[in-house]
Design a protein around this ligand. Structure first.
Ligand SMILES: [Zn+2]
Length: 309
């Protein structure tokens, strides 16, 4: 099963960087998403491939027509949050508000229920797995935020195999399609998205794709924008990651899409026999979380008392 997904955001939605962190700063940059999404849609149309698009709720302010266009063309729309913040930097209230806004604003445009979610930067880690329960309580049925390896942002190293699973929470079960990862010489290798796809020669991408039973891709429209500006004050490593392989990326995508049959998330959910997949249980973790919440409550109570002394 090879699943095609795109995270729909602007080129300046760079995570964890001072000059691109919040919505106000984004006004300093030009929009390029219209042209970027055109290039992607032309290829999908040419090879008649389906895909799921995880859109930022923020798009519904200035790029409403793009969400509308994707929906009208029959593509499945999930949420990629509202304001593209790292989830592990948010508390529960901030996360809830952001998710709620994104779902409502996307549903307002499409008139369809948003069922799927992907966190910015795959930022669900072991420590903030409370997120799964929050997703369920907001009507999200399937998550694609787990990156089961080490990663600069997020990364859930203890998650286990990169395969579809169910995650049990206190209020029900959510379906999880993690990022697919291969292993070469005991090293985990990501190949099917973002800078990794741009970095590897296509022959290697093909090698990994051919031997994978399960491939979850994650592309961004700006991954294929050869003329994309690079934020000036990025570190040399971040500049490299942002620019590597940009010139050839679009033709590489076309080759990939011409060579393999992809499905969207909706179809993938139908093809998995959910009665037979592994369920990952959280109760033990949640006990720990409740305990740490109690400690935090105790601490804040003491701080309150100190203020009154
Ligand atoms: Zn993103």
């Amino acid at each position: 099963m090879k699943i095609l997904t795109f995270d729909v955001e602007e080129w300046f939605h760079v995570l964890d960087h001072g000059s691109t962190k919040n919505e106000k700063q984004w006004q300093n940059f030009d929009y390029r998403l219209d042209a970027n999404i055109d290039s992607v849609l032309q290829i999908l149309d040419k090879y008649n491939q389906k895909a799921t698009f995880f859109c930022l709720g923020w798009l519904t302010k200035n790029h409403k027509h793009i969400v509308k266009r994707l929906d009208t063309l029959g593509y499945e729309i999930g949420t990629h949050s509202n304001l593209h913040q790292l989830v592990y930097e948010q508390n529960i209230t901030e996360f809830r508000n952001d998710l709620d806004t994104s779902i409502k604003s996307l549903e307002d445009i499409t008139g369809k229920k948003v069922r799927a979610y992907r966190a910015p930067g795959f930022s669900i880690k072991e420590e903030n797995r409370w997120v799964f329960e929050e997703l369920l309580s907001h009507g999200i049925e399937v998550d694609c935020s787990v990156f089961p390896a080490k990663r600069a942002h997020g990364g859930f190293r203890t998650f286990g195999a990169a395969e579809p699973v169910k995650i049990a929470t206190n209020i029900g079960t959510i379906k999880e399609f993690p990022m697919s990862i291969d292993e070469v010489l005991m090293q985990k290798v990501v190949y099917a998205g973002g800078g990794y796809f741009r970095f590897f020669p296509y022959s290697m991408i093909r090698y990994f794709m051919d031997r994978s039973q399960y491939a979850m891709t994650y592309f961004h429209p700006h991954d294929f924008d050869a003329g994309r500006p690079i934020i000036g004050d990025l570190s040399p490593l971040k500049k490299f990651k942002a620019s590597v392989g940009l010139k050839k990326a679009l033709s590489k995508l076309e080759t990939l899409i011409s060579e393999y049959d992809f499905i969207d998330l909706d179809e993938a959910m139908k093809r998995v026999d959910w009665d037979f997949v592994k369920t990952i249980d959280l109760p033990e973790r949640r006990k720990k979380q409740r305990l740490s919440n109690q400690i935090m409550l105790k601490d804040s109570y003491q701080n309150e008392r100190r203020k009154h002394i």
